[in-house]
Design a protein around this ligand. Structure first.
Ligand code: ADP
Ligand code: MG
Length: 722
């Protein structure tokens, strides 16, 4: 088996990058595979086009009677692009993207065929999605799930080796309207936020406010490993991470990979991904090497949250399938390799509209500052009040390896504002007047606040939730996760806070105070009650972890088992019901699905560890031990005493490893749990530590056993041979 490793190294060394394609002009590529508004304009009757456009741009109600006309135009366009099939694409609660393909074919009574795509099938589909986890929802209501056309996210054609398919983004719901997916709550949360934000803008004196939308730009980190290596690592293939592996002598300590020259093979791969993204209308914008060897990042230009979320799912799909073409495996796991950085997804988020622009942009006029401070204050209140929710929406078995480990954001949710903004909010909370360098004594009425630079010079990389100039950046999101959950949570807590602030402002003004005074009073109250969540120091430090919990009363939910039950807490159910984003039943079904996924992920890993340790590592160690012992005995026979130290160490490690295997195996036999919460805790507190223990011995053996006996590609090979 060591042969396979040697072969892999030589094959990887000889591998040539795919030839560099001459890049096409961006204008020639852009959105060629998307059924864009301009394509609709060219192919639809004027009134139909106008109706669709109004639904897309201003959230007007979809006029279903036009569906047939749109479907026909869409079909013609897709067929001209080579499509024979169409698919309703939806996003089940598993973080995956799902699609069911149907042919355009329609058989006539005389046996001939036509291509057909009616309005009815564009608008609604009925995939047999009964195998998707639904947290008991469909057994409670009905067995079937429906997909329904989301007009606000454009249809596109997807080209794979198997042909071209017209893809239609859809929501996935039960027949009674319960959300079974990740898109429905995102659309609902955006609508709720629009309402609350519009009300706030009207209180501030704006009229004819354009619809407010949330925006998202998600930075995606990922690892590339050569397929020759990945294919001989069952753990990478089945669990997406290495369950065993001794860290290489060199890791990331020299920072020599970070922002370094991108290796040729990777560069060609990236260009290929970007070309496909451009064709699909996804605005890829930055690419670079990340901190860990073999780790990279890709970020698009931001878009409306709903579209960005669909595009993010597509991006993950493109990364994985393009990697295959280039002889790589793309790992989106949050911690594929121990001892070096893991991968996250930084979700940049803001809210804004066509009339007021970005509402989290401090701007440079006092009036805009006032508006900004209200929206920013609303976020601060939300993160403080619902911090555990933000932790819960990023809770997965794989992200547990990252959150709270020393390089990723801690599991404690705090807000970083930057020195200047933090100072402003501190002053608000103290009701202080302050002197500015230029204008002498300045009253700290909100309308006289200083102008902030758009991009504060200081950047705090240790904060899970950071203000970055004109948006918030939620950094605790996992690299393989859908961004929808985090976006739903952020929109929802903002809606709740804006509504609360608006109520307070109105009641202050009813008492006869003017708007500026009312704003000052309310913002002070926000800071008095919620300022504890603002933290500008080192989020990784021990002192912070102590202070956050003991002095500031912030939650430190270390594991998914601790975090997920938050979704069932009364105050969270009330929040989602009040805002109209998820009913208690829907929320509970989400909890069930996520909890089950967590347990399954750990069970698969534990099983795989036992089998790899038994059938791969143990035999290699035994063979090596036997060779050592024979050599020592042979030497002894001719009167030479060789050191037995290594042989003894190997024997000892084999012994303890086998004990740990049977312990873990035994522990996995337990099935009588009083609740799913208890089962999760068992995984977190019993199974996971046993896995870590087992790994220790196996990795120690890797350090003892002769290299030509070791069956698994090593960290050194996987991370450094390119
Ligand atoms: P950094 O690594 O410094 O955080 P990047 O340029 O890699 O910066 O990523 C920043 C991301 O934030 C990009 O996707 C960008 O489009 C996005 N972004 C910028 N402005 C907004 C906004 N108003 N709303 C949402 N995302 C935004
Ligand atoms: Mg960032």
């Amino acid at each position: 088996t060591h042969e396979l490793r040697v072969q892999a190294v030589s094959q990887v060394t000889d591998r040539q990058p795919l030839p560099v394609k001459v890049p096409q002009r961006l204008e020639a590529l852009w959105a060629t595979d998307v059924f864009t508004l301009s394509k609709m304009q060219a192919s639809l009757p004027k009134d139909v086009y106008k109706s669709v456009k109004s639904t897309i741009q201003t959230g007007g109600k979809l006029d279903v009677s036009i569906a047939g006309t749109v479907a026909a135009a869409m079909k013609d366009w897709a067929i001209a692009k080579g499509a024979l099939y169409y698919a309703h694409v939806f996003y089940p609660m598993t973080n995956a993207t799902a699609e069911k393909h149907d042919g355009f074919i329609s058989v006539q009574s005389d046996g001939s065929v036509l291509t057909e795509f009616t309005g009815k099938v564009l608008v609604q589909g009925e995939p047999d999605g009964s195998s998707f986890p639904n947290g008991g929802l469909r057994s409670t209501f009905e067995a079937r799930g429906y997909t329904a056309w989301d007009v606000t996210s454009p249809a596109y054609v997807m080209e794979t080796d198997n042909g071209v398919t017209l893809c239609i983004p859809t929501v996935f719901i039960s027949w009674t309207g319960e959300a079974l997916d990740k898109k429905t709550p995102l659309l609902r949360s955006n609508a709720a936020m629009n309402k609350a934000a519009t009300r706030m803008l009207e209180i501030l004196g704006h009229s004819n406010v354009a619809p407010v939308n949330s925006s998202c730009g998600a930075e995606q980190e990922y690892f590339l490993v050569d397929a020759h290596f990945a294919h001989s690592r069952p753990d990478l293939l089945l669990a997406g991470r290495t369950l065993f592996g001794k860290p290489a002598a060199k890791g990331q300590q020299f920072d020599d990979h970070y922002f370094g020259a991108i290796p040729d093979r990777v560069q060609v791969f990236m260009q290929d991904v970007e070309e496909r993204m451009y064709r699909l209308g996804i605005p890829a914008k930055t690419r670079h090497n990340e901190v860990a060897p073999g780790q990279f990042e890709l970020a698009p230009f931001f878009e409306a949250a709903n579209v960005a979320s669909d595009h993010q799912q597509l991006t993950m799909t493109l990364l994985k399938c393009t990697a295959k073409k280039h002889g790589f495996v793309c790992l989106l796991h949050e911690k594929p390799f121990a001892g070096i950085n893991g991968s996250g997804k930084h979700v940049n988020w803001s809210v804004g509209n066509a009339t007021q622009g970005n509402l989290l942009d401090p701007g440079d006029t006092p009036h805009a500052n006032m508006q900004f401070l209200l929206f920013c204050g609303a976020v601060i209140r939300g993160v403080h009040k619902y911090g555990p929710l933000l932790r819960a929406v990023v809770a997965t078995a794989s992200n547990d390896h990252r959150l709270g480990a020393n390089e990723a954001p801690p599991a404690i949710i705090s807000v970083y504002l930057g020195t200047q903004l933090e100072q402003v909010f501190n002053q608000i909370s103290k009701g202080e007047t302050t002197s500015s360098a230029h204008a002498g004594v300045m009253e700290l009425g909100v309308d006289t606040l200083p102008v902030f630079p758009k991009d504060p010079g200081d950047r705090n990389r240790t904060s899970p939730f950071a203000f970055t100039g004109n948006r918030f950046e939620f950094r605790a999101v996992g690299s393989g996760q859908s961004v929808s959950g985090p976006l739903v949570a952020m929109n929802t807590i903002l809606t709740d806070s804006l509504t609360w602030i608006a109520d307070e402002l109105e009641s202050e003004m009813a008492k006869g105070h003017d708007l500026t005074t009312a704003i000052h009073t309310v913002l002070k109250e926000v800071m008095d009650k919620h300022g504890a969540v603002v933290f500008g120091g080192n989020g990784y430090s021990e002192e912070w972890h102590k202070m956050a919990v003991e002095e500031r009363g912030l939650a430190n939910l270390r594991t998914t088992a601790d975090a997920l039950p938050v979704l069932k807490a009364d105050y969270i159910e009330e929040l989602f019901e009040r805002v109209g984003v998820l009913s208690a039943v829907e929320l509970e079904s989400r909890f069930e699905v996520y909890a089950e996924q967590y347990i399954l992920a750990i069970e698969v890993e534990a099983k795989l560890m036992v089998s790899m340790a038994k059938t791969t590592i143990y035999p290699a160690a035994m063979r090596y031990h036997s060779e050592l012992s024979t050599t020592i005995a042979n030497a002894q026979a001719i009167g030479i005493g060789l050191s037995k130290e290594s042989a003894e160490k190997v024997a000892m490690l084999i012994g303890t490893m086998m004990d740990k295997i049977s312990k873990l195996d035994g522990a996995m036999g337990k099935h009588d749990f009083a609740s799913i919460e208890e089962h999760m805790q068992y995984c977190a507190k019993t199974i996971r530590p046993m896995m870590d223990e087992l790994r220790k011995d196996a990795d120690a053996l890797e350090g003892e056993v002769a290299d030509d006996f070791w069956p698994l590609p090593t960290y050194q090979e996987m991370l450094f041979v390119k």
